[in-house]
Design a protein around this ligand. Structure first.
Ligand SMILES: Cc1ncc(COP(=O)(O)O)c(C=O)c1O
Length: 384
């Protein structure tokens, strides 16, 4: 994140806090890193990471497609002009709406179980998701390729599902694998792709291998790309990838203001954002870098606590900060993925505003508001 501190103060002043800010330069840089590593692979952004329409439009404009896992995500893809080859319809329990919208848009389906062959619109293009049955280096809730995971078909089932797709008149493009999210160790991908290539003798050559996403921010992207390309070429297949986090996490920062401090059994810096704005620390024990945007003398160690009436509502623990003062700003980093996307209206809290930073951007302004803060009335608007 390269947004200057003065610009962060300016945004907090103009749009209020809690506020998500995104750095357009880092968004573009992340996509460039993916393209440099994966070469000609087709990139489908897993929009669950951050579905803001402005970000989607930017990625669509750069030639990126979308992986969608709900009717709402398909509607977003359509709203930014994506169709056909630029959309993947994925998910373990797709609804009728997803089959019909995917069919209408000419999307490619990721088949997650054999039963789905009969549910697809006629003459669909499809990939078969394979569960490689592996333990991987991430939080249990983020692992999607473990033995007991609900995703995909087994290695033994995969060739039969490909054949069933063909028999039913669909185009069986190939295989799909996604082993989880925020995976730290590139060897996990090597192992997963290795399991898939064991199927080569049974499947014969395939048109497409979709290697999923899941790359941790510090994982060896070049190594993962090398392994993915090798696996695709073992099938004579084109490589597709589906990054979410990697494309948007570093670009996003959550700005929150200090509300006060408290020393009881713990030492708390209370802030105006919490689990409703950024659930990942509570849900996965995720660690986000915390940067104080004030100077000060003495440094102490603080737990950063939000306003919710839940003891688990902590954004970070044991953070070194100069003495916090009410009204000062904290920047919670690497928050562009699964941050705003997972924010909730629990406690009738309004979901935060979002702003995009581009030095000298639209009409010469550095900041563009890309989602206004909800009002309480927005929150209860659907209630009768
Ligand atoms: C099928 C699939 N593809 C891609 C992704 C994106 O993962 P990540 O954001 O970790 O890259 C996910 C996320 O869980 C997923 O389920």
């Amino acid at each position: 994140m390269t947004i200057p501190a003065s610009a962060l103060h300016d945004a907090a002043e103009r749009f209020g806090t809690p506020l998500y800010v995104y750095d357009a330069a880092e968004l573009d840089a992340a996509l460039a890193r993916v393209r440099a590593a994966f070469g000609t692979a087709r990139v489908y952004y897993a929009m669950k990471a951050n579905p803001n329409l402005t970000l989607l439009r930017r990625l669509h404009g750069a030639g990126v497609g979308f992986e969608c896992v709900s009717p709402g995500e398909l509607a977003r893809a359509e709203a930014v002009g994506a169709s056909g080859e630029r959309i993947l319809v994925n998910g373990p329990a797709k609804s009728e709406t997803e089959y019909s919208a995917g069919g209408r848009l000419g999307a490619t389906f990721i088949v997650d179980r054999a039963e789905e062959v009969a549910l697809l619109p006629p003459h669909s293009r499809a990939l078969v998701r394979v569960n490689p049955a592996l333990a991987v280096s991430t939080h249990d809730h983020l692992a999607t390729g473990a033995v007991g995971s609900k995703f995909g078909v087994t290695l033994a089932q995969a060739p039969r599902v490909l054949a069933a797709l063909r028999d039913a008149g669909h185009t069986a493009l190939g295989l799909h694998v996604h082993i989880g999210s925020a995976i730290r160790d590139a060897h996990d991908f090597t192992a997963a792709f290795g399991r898939l290539t064991e199927l080569r003798a049974q499947t014969g050559p395939l048109a497409v291998l979709d290697a999923g996403g899941g790359w941790g921010l510090d994982a060896d992207l070049g190594g993962i790309a090398r392994e993915a390309r090798a696996a695709a070429s073992a099938f004579g297949a084109a490589l597709w990838v589906e990054p979410g986090r990697y494309l948007v996490a570093r670009a996003g920062t959550l700005l929150t203001r200090v509300v006060g401090t408290k020393r009881t059994g713990g030492t708390f810096c209370l802030v105006d954002a919490g689990m409703t704005e950024l659930l990942r620390p509570m849900l996965y024990g995720a660690l986000h870098p915390v940067t104080p945007l004030w100077d000060g003398g003495e440094t102490g160690v603080w737990d950063i606590a939000g306003p919710a009436c839940e003891s688990g509502d902590l954004l970070a623990r044991g953070v070194s900060l100069p003495q916090p003062r009410r009204g000062e700003l904290l920047a919670i980093g690497e928050a562009g993925a699964y941050g705003a996307a997972m924010s909730s209206t629990y406690l009738t809290r309004s979901r935060p505003a979002e702003a995009l930073y581009q030095a000298g951007g639209e009409n010469g302004a550095d900041w563009t508001l890309i989602r206004r803060r909800e009002t309480p009335q927005d929150v209860w608007a659907a209630e009768t």
